[in-house]
Design a protein around this ligand. Structure first.
Ligand code: AMP
Ligand code: GLY
Length: 417
């Protein structure tokens, strides 16, 4: 079966690596891909945002299945366009993708179906003055979120009235994230432990298959600016009561709500949760796999992920294939100097082969190939992933492997896991 994976980061490297092991026997294309995905198939120079070109490529080359890694092509409607033209797409349609593409829609949806989420108010373009009045009467910190997609940067935790008003001004008046931030959600700050929960769905059935954690801050001890993610672990061990609260009050209510809205959800649904003293609350929905969580999750699967993906895309989820992981996984990301603000790139990478002998995988992300040499080309350059009987074993092996890798300006967190 021919599959087109869309994206070029560490997540897509992990997806391609896992699909290459499947009994389905995939012939893999990746658009645009990276030097790692090129080892397992063919890279195609089409951007994630060019959904018509992606679907055209699939049709011209006999591709059966499109697997979008990130949200860009999903929010633009690659599932609608692909399915209209007879392809299978492992992703929700544009209407269901509003769970991620519009925080206002997602929050209102959660409220309609009694999915626990922080109390909130919505303010539209014309309501800047009302938003300012509102924050003046609130307790701090308070959370301000741009309505639309902002590449993971659209959430500000404001610690004072001044910071809140400044953020509202940036978002609403100065359109810091364009149209995406002209409308905002302002919500209560929640305390607790964060966990990422992943479910797979086929349009009517669903199943939770992974619990993971990502480390968003740049530096050790959860310090420094937010990034796309500096590492991840899986599974996160939770007691049965917590798991059942998550699956009943969050996951089930969400899928039942989607069904009642006539939205046949297909693909991955990722719940970003806060485990509070009042139970699990949804912080955000994502309509795709997380990065770097995916890089930790996929190496743990001792079942055929490719078969699960194909069955879900065909509307016939083989949920019995899915098993709980029996091991632990740790993923450590190496970034370029200057990341996330202004990464400095263009440096040769050494030690990969040695690292690959120690770790389960070394997934490339911001890397290009020039004259047979791998060169850094992005902020998050690569990740080392190791599994073990215990988290400690996984972590030790990941760091042992990372020690072998070098490039100028390389830095990574020492405290993942
Ligand atoms: P989001 O993109 O909505 O997940 O927000 C990004 C990050 O902001 C989350 O991973 C949390 O760490 C934090 N966050 C979002 N909403 C809240 C909230 N209501 N209370 C506390 N932290 C939050
Ligand atoms: N790990 C967070 C994300 O993928 O959005």
């Amino acid at each position: 079966m021919k599959v087109l994976v869309v994206g070029k980061g560490g997540r897509e490297s992990a997806i391609v690596w896992k699909l290459a092991q499947s009994k389905v026997g995939f012939e893999i294309f990746t658009a645009p891909g990276n030097p790692f995905t090129a080892r397992y198939g063919r890279n195609v120079p089409i951007k994630e945002s060019e959904i018509n070109a992606l679907v055209d490529f699939a049709l011209d080359n006999g591709v059966d299945l499109i697997f979008p890694g990130g949200e860009t092509s999903i929010a633009l409607g690659i599932a609608d366009e692909g399915e209209r033209r007879g392809l299978k797409v492992f992703a929700p349609n544009r209407a269901a993708a509003r769970l991620e593409a519009s925080k206002i829609w997602a929050k209102s949806f959660a409220k309609r179906y009694r999915v626990p989420t922080a109390d909130f108010e919505v303010f539209t373009e014309e309501e800047f003055d009302d938003a300012v009045e509102y924050v003046k009467g609130q307790r701090f910190p308070i959370v301000i979120k741009a309505d639309g997609l902002a590449g993971g940067k659209g959430v500000v935790i404001a610690r004072s009235v001044g910071e809140a008003i400044n953020t509202l001004d940036q978002f609403m008046n100065r359109a810091k994230f364009g149209e995406a931030s002209r409308r905002v959600v302002i919500e209560r700050f929640l305390r607790g432990e964060e966990v990422s929960v992943f479910a797979v769905a086929d349009g009517s059935r669903w199943k939770v298959f992974a619990y993971a954690r990502d480390y968003k801050r740049l530096r050790d001890g959860d310090d420094g600016p937010n990034t796309g993610g500096m590492g991840s672990i899986s599974p996160v061990v939770l007691d049965e009561q917590t798991k059942s609260l998550i699956e009943e009050n969050v996951v089930r209510r969400t899928f039942e709500g989607l069904a009642r809205e006539g939205l046949k959800y297909k693909g991955i649904l990722y719940f970003g949760l806060m485990l509070t003293e009042n139970g699990p609350f949804v912080l955000e929905y994502n309509v795709r796999l997380g990065d770097p969580e995916t890089q930790a999750i996929l190496p743990l699967m001792d079942y055929d992920f490719g078969e699960v993906v194909v069955s879900a895309a065909e509307g016939n989820l083989k949920e019995d294939l899915i098993k709980e992981p029996s091991r632990f996984s740790c993923c450590v990301v190496a970034a370029s100097r200057g990341y996330p603000e202004r990464p400095i790139t263009g440096f040769p990478i050494t030690g990969l082969e040695e690292a690959e002998r120690i770790a389960d995988a070394v997934f490339l992300a911001g890397v290009k190939e020039e004259g047979g040499q791998l060169i850094t080309s992005g902020g998050r350059v690569l990740s080392v992933v190791a599994t073990g009987e215990t988290l400690e074993e996984a972590r030790n092996r990941a760091y042992e492997a990372m020690d072998k890798i070098h490039f100028e300006g390389m830095h990574y967190r020492r405290d993942i896991g």
